[in-house]
Ligand binder design. Structure first.
Ligand code: UT7
Length: 332
């Protein structure tokens, strides 16, 4: 296919799916040594969804994508690519994207997963925009999905209170207006910090510095404070850089969609950069941190509420394990 740079990209439809069971902070008080007050004050989380044995990364991702396809009017057989951002897929091989594509009828699509943790959906959105903009694809489905509650050690109160399960999806398509879609994007990583959040399956995968700490193999291990400090700085830098590079003022942006990891991290960016708080979307109180699903769930809630105005920019930022971080200024 010939490269075609004179065109833009549009979000044609979005969707989301979350498990039926809701786990409140009060429920958690019965499982770990914590309190509703501590969790709300330190994170902003009040409840999260938790998958049962039948709800999986595959099933939630499929349901979110089916909704997005229906909203978009795109025929699944016409999809060029299905990208799934996840670090909690049930099967290492094949990709979750392969199984989801079969389930939705995307029979002629390239399929692959992205393991960039909480930044995964933004990595995928940025890549999809680039592929479409340069004429390598016309229609791409992106899914962000996690079932992290299965990887949580329920005796570890710093990890178990944070994560929730869910999926969000978007179908992005070529648009004749080149000003639409991603007008600025960044993707970063710093592998030297992978030890701040990881999932060891055997003792060889436990770094020496953690060897003395009690850690259950097969569960997530997180150094929350270190990630917190890193995230506060990166969020602020990423939003400021996005504004500076595009020449946008804080009031020109219709929505700031930040990865929902901790409300205090988002609030520190609002304060430091004087962002209008009413334009900074927050739903962490209802979902917790759903990692790769957090941004597409926000996006879908805004789309379905009719709150995305065409022609106006949105700033999206995320950070996660790896460590990874990414940003995107999306002209709706
Ligand atoms: O999406 C990317 C993945 N991860 C993140 O984004 C996580 C980023 N980090 C955070 O959100 C925060 O660091 C946490 C919410 C994980 C922890 O909050 P914090 O304010 O950084 O607490 P801390 O780890 O510094 O602990 C402060 C105190 C400690 O007690 P002492 O030593 O001061 O007596 C902890 O033992 O709070 C205690 N603590 C708790 N108490 C009640 C830690 N977790 C809990 C808990 N309930 N769940």
């Amino acid at each position: 296919m010939t490269a075609t740079f004179g065109r833009g990209v549009r979000i044609a439809g979005t969707g989301r799916a979350v498990p039926a069971q809701v786990l409140t902070n009060k429920d958690l008080e019965k499982l770990v040594d914590t309190s509703d007050e501590w969790i709300v004050q330190r994170t902003g989380i009040r409840a999260r969804h938790k998958a049962n044995e039948h709800e999986t990364v595959f099933s939630l991702g499929r349901d979110a994508l089916l909704q997005a396809l229906q909203a978009s009017g795109v025929n699944p057989a016409d999809l060029d690519m299905v990208i799934v951002a996840t670090v909690s897929g049930e099967m290492l091989c094949p990709s979750t994207a392969a199984r989801i594509s079969e389930a939705v009828g995307a029979d002629d699509a390239a399929v692959f997963d992205i393991a960039a943790a909480c930044s995964g959906f933004l990595y995928a959105l940025n890549m999809a925009d680039t592929m479409i903009r340069c004429g390598r694809a016309e229609r791409i489905a992106i899914v962000g999905v996690e079932v992290l509650t299965r990887l949580v050690d329920w005796d570890d109160r710093t990890v178990s209170i944070i994560f929730g399960d869910g999926a969000g999806a978007a179908v992005v398509v070529a648009d004749p207006d080149p000003s639409r879609g991603c007008i600025h994007q960044t993707m970063h990583g710093d592998g030297r910090m992978w030890r701040t959040l990881y999932h060891p399956r055997n003792e060889r995968e436990v770094p020496p510095a953690d060897a003395a700490n009690p850690i259950r193999l097969g569960h997530l291990r997180m150094h929350g404070r270190e990630i917190y400090k890193f995230a506060v700085t990166r969020f602020q830098e990423a939003i400021k850089d996005a504004l500076d590079r595009t020449g946008l003022g804080v009031d020109d942006v219709q929505h700031y969609i930040c990865h929902q990891s901790n409300q205090r991290i988002i609030e520190s960016a609002v304060e430091k950069l004087s962002l209008p708080p009413e334009r900074v979307y927050v739903n962490i109180d209802r979902y917790g941190n759903t990692s790769a699903a957090s941004i597409p769930i926000c996006l879908d809630e805004l789309c379905r509420a009719g709150r995305i105005e065409p022609g106006k920019p949105i700033i999206l930022v995320a950070f996660g394990a790896g460590v990874t971080w990414a940003s995107c200024v999306w002209n709706a």
